[in-house]
Write a protein that binds this ligand. Structure first.
Ligand code: PHE
Length: 454
């Protein structure tokens, strides 16, 4: 294990993990999920789920990763060789990111298309109706979205092929701060639009009659998705964290960063959605219909500023999506390398070919293949639902049960305190341990079950 690459510093760890966590989940998925599931009640459920359940699961995953110092496929078996069944958990942790990769990179492709549109100054003067039909026509067409998805995935695979340090680390350090600044600027503008206050109300004033179990199910699924949990990504990244690093601090830092980012993205988008008169529950197209409206209305006042901001914004979205996709690919690459000795570039090519091909089907499910539905969902929605509301919960459940019941408590203490060297308050440790061992499994299991009953 001596030659395993490590992240350089604390900041690098948080940036790389935040780079995986912050992505389309925050900018694209969170606003539309909140819009579909009652606004503020969803937002509050999401915050509670993140702090109470996802953060402990996150800590459990990095603990497994760093203690085993291996890919998520072998991690649990290495820590508990007595039970062969962990092998299946390992396989699941490789399978899930590959499922997500297939459809996530389709959205990455959409963002790329919007970046090109922004570069062509196409948003200046678009009406909300035009933005809506641009989006509808684009996703239901055949070649452009497929091409965009493939280009996007190919670039990500190329970055991963270059390795952890030079590729992933450098990439994330640069992009996360820029995205942050852009979103804050967009909030300022979005809030100044007429009718924006309704959007703010929608996000922050809970209508308790809209609260139901489904809201929680989706909020927890969203929270896991957003923190890249339940799919080996954080286990794999955990294995690159140096032994002197304080795991609790880096995990909490990443979770809070990610949470804030989703809320900020919501604040940038929702007021604009209301100002444009778009219904918040339109689904996956929400930001692609809402954001152009911000730029078109800004464009009538300040065309140059609007065009530049639009370009920078979509560039940042593309890059945020890339850092997430990179971490998805990294899970597969680490597996293929350690299990079969496949070299990085070859592993990247293989993943590109398989996930690229399945992704093409997901992309076409908005157009030529829209007739293929199962339980009322097209292929894309089916992948998304199955991954976030079934697979992620299942894998997260396994992870917390593993740490809570199959790892010795002393080992978890040892890992979280770096062999007793880092002063992690014993009381805080006990709270975290209790959340991992009891609260998280009970919540995840009950939500998993209700998901099927609903
Ligand atoms: N967490 C990422 C996001 O919010 C998505 C992702 C999932 C990335 C799983 C890596 C692994 O967009």
């Amino acid at each position: 294990m001596g030659n395993r690459e490590n992240f350089g510093s604390r900041r690098a760890v948080i940036y790389a993990m935040a780079g995986s966590a912050i992505g389309l989940g925050n900018i694209w998925r969170f606003p539309y999920m909140a819009g579909e599931h009652g606004g503020a009640v969803f937002v509050i459920s999401y915050i509670v789920a993140t702090l109470l359940v996802s953060l402990p699961v996150f800590i459990a995953e990095v603990t497994i990763g760093r203690r085993s110092r291996t890919s998520s496929y072998t991690a649990m078996r290495r820590l508990d060789p007595a039970h062969k069944a962990w092998r299946w958990a390992g396989l699941l942790s490789i399978f899930i990111p590959m499922v997500i990769l297939c459809y996530y990179s389709v959205i990455g492709g959409w963002s790329l298309f919007y970046l090109f549109k922004a570069c062509a100054f196409d948003f200046v003067g678009t009406s909300p109706e035009a933005a809506e039909s641009l989006f509808g026509n684009f996703i239901s067409s055949t070649w452009t979205p497929v091409g965009m998805h493939l280009v996007f995935l190919a670039v990500c695979a190329w970055v991963v092929a270059r390795g952890v340090k030079s590729g992933i680390e450098r990439f994330s350090k640069l992009t996360i701060p820029s995205l942050f600044i852009l979103v804050v600027l967009m909030i300022a503008y979005s809030l100044s639009l007429p009718g924006a206050s309704q959007g703010v109300r929608y996000l922050w004033h809970p209508d308790l009659s809209a609260l139901n179990v489904k809201t929680f199910v989706y909020a927890m699924g969203q929270s896991f998705f957003s923190l890249s949990l339940g799919m080996g990504a954080i286990i794999t990244y955990g294995s690159y964290v140096k032994s002197e690093e304080n795991l609790v601090v880096s995990s909490a830092g990443t979770a809070i960063f990610d949470l804030m980012f989703a809320l900020l993205a919501g604040m940038a988008i929702m007021p604009a959605i209301f100002a444009a008169g778009i219904k918040p529950g339109v689904g996956p197209g929400l930001i692609f219909q809402g954001i152009p409206f911000i730029f078109s209305s800004l464009g009538t006042r300040l065309p140059v500023v609007s065009s530049i901001t639009a370009i920078l914004f979509f560039l940042a979205v593309v890059v945020a999506a890339m850092t997430s996709v990179i971490s998805l690919i990294e899970v597969g690459v680490a597996f293929l390398g350690e299990r079969f000795g496949v070299a990085r570039p070859k592993a990247c090519t293989l993943i590109f070919l398989i996930c690229g091909a399945v992704g093409v089907l997901c992309s076409l499910s908005f157009g030529p293949l829209s007739g293929f539905t199962l339980v009322g969902k097209n292929l894309f929605d089916l992948f998304d639902w199955f991954a976030s509301n079934v697979l992620l919960l299942l894998m997260s459940f396994i992870v917390v049960i593993f740490v809570g019941f199959f790892m010795k408590k002393e080992d978890v203490w040892d890992e979280l305190t770096n062999g007793g060297r880092k002063t992690l308050n014993a009381k805080l440790f006990n709270i975290i341990y209790f959340l991992i061992k009891w609260v998280a499994p009970v919540c995840v299991l009950s939500i998993f079950v209700t998901n099927f009953i609903l």
